[in-house]
Design a protein. Sequence first.
Length: 414
Amino acid sequence: MRQDGPMSDESERHASWPELFFDLIAVAGVSVVAHQLESEQSWQHVAVLALAFAAFWIVWASVTTYGNLLADGASIAVLFTSMAVLGVMAASVPEIYGEHARAFAIAYVVGRLIIARPWSRTSVVVDMPIVQASLGVIPWIVSIWIEGDARYVWWAVGIAIDLWVLATASGERRVAQTQERLNRVLEMRSRHPERAQGRENGPRSNRATPTTVTALRGDSAHLGERMGLFVLIILGEGIVQLTVAAEASEHWSRSLLWAAVGAFSLVCALFVVAVLRGTAGLALLPEGLVPARVLWIGHLFVAMALVVVVAALGELLEDPAEPASGHTATMLALGIGVYGVVSGLALLSRKGARRWIPALAVGAPLLVAGVVVLLAHESLRASALGWLLAGAVVVAGALGGRLLASKGAPPAGA
């Protein structure tokens, strides 16, 4: 954990064994959501799945922030309890549009309350302010007693509040506001010493009253690694989808091999641009370019986009010599298109003239590839779609990487 002040010369941190163990529950959550997306769903059901994934991600990100800030001081009990909460949420997803919705909401509220407890009132988590903020949890509490589709509206309100706070809450402003409140408390105690004396004789009398607010800023390299591991888990689900689909195929043909290699190439290309040469899953994004709280938002949207992509990969192997279904094409197009747009927007954060050129070089090939898949899938074999998207990722990575390097900002990991 880094507080305000000069940077320390500590050795670079990496994910600990407890953190890696905690991430196993992310494997379960991603897998459940991906399996739900395999079959064709109504748009209402897909929207609820998106809310469920966002809620799961918020709890995971909050616990990840907790581990990032406290390092070896993080409680194993908190990690284990959070895993149990996320396990309940993941298990509720298949019936999220039915009887298990209430269990999902209760687990979410419990998870948010658990991870909000460890922080001192005089500390401010700068990188992930919603860890301490409770306003976004209130709609979820209300939804526990709501029946029908209205409960999902409350969920959406809660998620929107959290994302708004994450996007707009200035760490420096929050630190200043918290310091002002603390100063008022200290001034009131100085005016009424008899009240302060009563507190000093209480059960917490051995605790010194702090006079300054502590701004908690995490280890950015460690945080980027943790976000990258989550994306790695999503891409791993894509490998699982391909393996299961190949195993279920009765006849192994050249078309099946061609489709499998193309889809596998897509996963590998995404790994290179998102994890190896990107930051937090955002393609080619140099480390330290955007504030951590904005990086979190980008991570959420690229994670959602990649889950949609990998959920469709197995279906490319079901009948590779025939055109893909509209459902499969829509998922691939939507997922790869959103991934390109979000990654391109992140690159717009670069300073300097013509910063839109690298952003366009990364986003445009993926967006165009998505449109082609959506409009021309009936004229193409399913086996060709993986190759088409893999080629678009390679073009985006090569072109965007060259432009970034020529402007003095090589991609992270290059």
